[in-house]
Ligand binder design. Structure first.
Ligand SMILES: [Zn+2]
Length: 274
């Protein structure tokens, strides 16, 4: 009798577990949309700045500027904020806020703005999302809030958060943005001290990895090449190694944010990958 009761109890527990995992599977829908966040210049001779080993001779690569909108149920994350509208020839043709309006998203619906790193072509319009919680690598946040930010780190667009006017979460390691494992900021330092990439798990498309500036173009990603202006060479190489292993283990699509050859990996705006 005792034995029957405990078997029954195990059965009840198992049922509870099954219904728990069923509700976990009914997670909110996640979609990923690319936003064009700058106007491309002519193809760039990458040997000049993007290889500290002079690897590429006269190779020229077409670079682009990408931001992304991630929908998670009723919440939104904007990943990177592109060039500022004041960037002259490389300024976006349409502002981030106007692009969001085209897909019927208001700035106040954007719960998080995630920044891969502090360079100007990734932070240019962050100040147009002042109500969003800022997610940024702690290493980068420490630079931005230092009395004298290092060269290449422009604190001005972050004034809203630095002054305490907006919520900020400096991210030390990885961050599970929505708490259900679908969208994860990946600690990949080296390009800057707090650089992060982003993993997005989509139901139909599968796993997608957004590079930030872990690499700017395919050749550097494939050969673990390092630009001359990265803050830590060894960390960059280790981060690329980690990213490649995640890509292999999760069978993820890797999108190098600046490489025009990766534009076709996501549907063209305003369509989204699901
Ligand atoms: Zn950069």
């Amino acid at each position: 009798m005792q034995r029957t009761l405990s078997l029954l109890a195990i059965g009840v527990c198992a049922n509870a577990l099954i219904s728990l995992s069923a509700s976990a599977q009914a997670a909110p829908e996640v979609t990923l949309t690319r936003l064009d966040c700058g106007t491309s210049a002519a193809p760039t001779e990458v040997n000049l700045r993007f290889s500290d080993t002079y690897a590429y001779g006269g190779l020229k690569v077409q670079l682009v500027f990408s931001c992304y909108l991630i929908k998670h149920g009723d919440d939104y994350l904007v990943w990177d904020s592109g060039q500022p509208m004041s960037a002259g020839a490389v300024a976006p043709k349409t502002s981030l806020v106007d692009l969001l309006a085209q897909v019927k998203v208001k700035p106040e619906q954007v719960k998080y703005v995630g920044i891969s790193h502090y360079h100007g072509d990734h932070i240019g319009q962050v100040d147009s999302l002042p109500k969003s919680t800022l997610l940024i690598g702690k290493g980068d946040w420490d630079v931005l809030t230092a009395p004298k930010p290092t060269a290449g780190a422009n604190a001005a667009p972050f004034a809203n958060w630095i002054s305490g006017g907006g919520n900020v979460e400096p991210v030390l390691l990885d961050k599970d943005v929505f708490g259900d494992g679908t969208v994860i900021m990946l600690n990949t330092p080296g390009h800057t001290p707090g650089h992060h990439g982003l993993l997005v798990k989509l139901k139909e498309t599968g796993n997608v990895l957004l590079s930030g500036d872990l690499a700017h173009f395919h050749e550097n990603y494939e050969s673990s090449g390092v630009p001359t202006f990265n803050t830590d060479r060894a960390a960059t190489v280790a981060s690329i190694d980690r990213f490649k292993k995640i890509a292999a283990n999760l069978k993820a699509t890797v999108i190098i944010q600046h490489d025009a050859r990766d534009l076709g990996k996501l549907p063209a705006f305003p369509a989204s990958a699901k």
